[in-house]
Design a protein around this ligand. Structure first.
Ligand code: PEP
Length: 251
């Protein structure tokens, strides 16, 4: 049985005061569902120390939105996995489409970041997904295969036992245009079947989240799909009432 995970990707939003308020609201909501739904938040890196203090002794896990593929050294502006470990990060997002598109992150780099996280016992949340052009060209499954294969070739399929996958169609991120539950389920089932070609047990146990304009009013239908194990939530995770409705939909 895969426990649903609802993870809030706060992106580059908020300030110290709003971060504190949101952390308090989310931890209160998460307590009521702690037995059945896992809740995590991914604040901007500079607020990770505050997050670790505020969420200590709660059921909410936290993490970062990015990390360096390097362990340490002359990489100005970068954050190493060991630094995230110092502040109790359980998760780190790798391969988010905004980082792929805006910062040129390739499948090879994403695979290296995935491995760097796991080397420090942080679970990567590996984002995969196609652009609208790629969907229109009918190459969605090819794109997702290449994104996943890069990680499997680098770290081995066993590494997926200590990771979460997030299917996030790029055309649905921040656009208000959600994939239909059937569209999402088709890709989620494909991802699981692709992993099953390597190892059926791992395929059955790995959590595959859906991300892309998840809101309180569409979450239940998405989470009802057999291969959707929760959500990676961007915009709606900044609104505590909306995020709470999404958490409830995963019950
Ligand atoms: C995301 O950033 O991962 C995301 C899914 O954003 P949104 O929910 O705003 O589409």
């Amino acid at each position: 049985m895969r426990q649903p995970l609802i993870a809030g990707n706060w992106k580059m939003n908020g300030n110290l005061a709003s971060t504190r308020a949101l952390l308090d609201a989310v931890s209160a909501q998460a307590e009521t569902v702690a037995q059945s739904v896992e809740v995590a938040v991914l604040p901007p890196c500079v607020y990770v120390p505050e997050t670790s203090t505020r969420l200590a002794n709660t059921s909410v896990r936290w993490g970062a939105q990015n990390l360096s593929e390097h362990a340490s050294g002359a990489y100005t502006g970068e954050i190493a996995a060991a630094m995230l470990t110092d502040f109790g990060c359980h998760y780190v997002v790798v391969g988010h489409s905004e980082r792929r598109a805006l910062y040129g992150e390739t499948n090879t780099l994403v695979a290296a970041k995935f491995a760097a996280a796991q080397a420090h016992h942080i679970q990567p949340i590996l984002c995969v997904g196609e652009t609208l052009d790629e969907r229109d060209q009918g190459v969605t499954l090819t794109v997702v295969t290449q994104q996943l294969e890069a990680v499997i070739q680098h770290s081995g399929v066993e590494a997926l036992q200590r990771a979460v996958i997030a299917y996030e169609p790029v055309w649905a991120i921040g656009t208000g245009r959600t994939a239909t539950p059937e569209q999402a389920q088709e890709v989620h089932a494909y991802i699981r079947s692709m992993i099953a070609e390597y190892d059926a047990t791992i395929a059955n146990s790995v959590r595959i989240l859906y991300g892309g304009s998840v809101k309180g009013n569409n979450a239940s239908a998405l989470f009802a799909m057999a291969d959707i194990d929760g959500g990676l939530v961007g915009g709606a995770s900044l609104d505590s009432a909306e995020f709470s409705a999404i958490i409830q939909a995963a019950l």
